[in-house]
Design a protein around this ligand. Structure first.
Ligand SMILES: [Zn+2]
Length: 321
């Protein structure tokens, strides 16, 4: 080996070692509440310790080609990075919730690759699901223990609400407050169909803002996941709670209205949300029906009253409104 080859080899070895050091030092970065958490996420090697992975989407059971496209991406993601559960955020069966008629085609056949792998489906009821009185059929079909319930997983407790009647249902409100209060996991995720905050055409939900939001804030929920508006939107934490709208599982998309205060990312696209929970961080990757990553965020778990804003990938400007 001549001298210049030796020097080049030593130099490349140094770069490799230095590069892995940089990657590793990024891996501890998430404990800092900074806006550059995203690059830490992209470069980070997995932190040692347990994880719980789940995906979510709403407004899916429409029998459209888009639903099949999103389902194909879900199956692809499962192969690449298996997840344990799919959170279905309501409007499960269009147009009127008739699961007896459409359940096989829209659910069983469409998500067969996941059902075969025993992926758990955790389901909330949307307005279309209760429109014609098919809600009890859906309970049976999706093995839901009730209209509202909680599911306890390693690292994550999931609280499913029935947002169709939450604002008027004091029993359900008391249940949620008590269940959240008793939760001891690092991450508390509340899911329902109707968003509190949305820049979509349904807009701000004043009933839920009055009844649901104070419970989420007081009992320190980390995330509120909803659908109902057919697009993707992420808000900066509002009183410590991150609000995500994910209504792009298969139904036709809708346009955004004027952005509400605190709206960080808005993308009109069919998509699903992919989460990975660890004791000290929660990461989100939003994947479109074509497999494109349209948003990513990371929330470190460290105790202050308010979570820091997550890092943002600016989505394609054409998709923004
Ligand atoms: Zn809806």
């Amino acid at each position: 080996m001549n001298r210049s080859v030796l020097i080049a080899s030593l130099l490349s070895l140094f770069l490799v070692v230095w590069g892995s050091f940089v990657t590793r030092s990024n891996a501890v970065a998430p404990s800092r509440p900074t806006l550059d958490g995203l690059s830490a996420y992209q470069g980070a090697k997995p932190v040692a310790g347990a994880t719980y992975r789940f995906v979510a989407m709403g407004d899916w059971g429409a029998g459209t080609p888009f639903q099949k496209d999103v389902a194909a991406q879900l199956a692809k993601r499962y192969k690449e990075a298996p997840y344990q559960a799919v959170l279905l955020l309501g409007d499960n069966i269009y147009p009127d919730g008739n699961v007896t008629k459409h359940g096989k085609a829209y659910f069983t056949d469409t998500y067969a690759p996941l059902i075969e792998q025993s992926v758990q489906f955790i389901v909330a009821l949307g307005n279309h699901d209760v429109l014609a009185g098919h809600q009890d059929d859906q309970l049976r079909f999706f093995h839901m223990p009730g209209y509202y319930y909680s599911v306890h997983k390693p690292l994550v407790d999931i609280f499913v609400i029935d947002s169709n009647r939450f604002a008027k249902d004091e029993v359900q409100q008391r249940w949620l407050a008590k269940a959240l209060h008793a939760s001891r996991t690092p991450w508390k995720v509340v899911m329902g169909h109707h968003p509190i905050y949305s820049s979509g055409d349904h807009g701000l939900n004043s009933g839920l803002r009055k009844t649901l939001e104070p419970i989420l804030v007081k009992e320190k929920a980390d995330l509120y996941l909803a659908g109902h508006d057919h697009e993707y939107e992420r808000f900066q934490p509002i009183q410590g709670v991150v609000h995500l709208v994910s209504g792009g599982g298969g139904a036709y998309l809708r346009n955004f209205e004027k952005p509400l205060p605190g709206s960080l990312v808005r993308v009109k696209a069919h998509h699903f949300l992919d989460f990975e929970a660890r004791a000290n961080q929660l990461t989100l990757t939003v994947i479109s029906k074509t497999g494109e990553i349209i948003d990513q965020a990371l929330w470190p778990k460290h105790a202050p009253a308010q979570l820091p804003s997550a890092a943002v990938v600016t989505p394609k400007s054409a998709a923004l409104r």
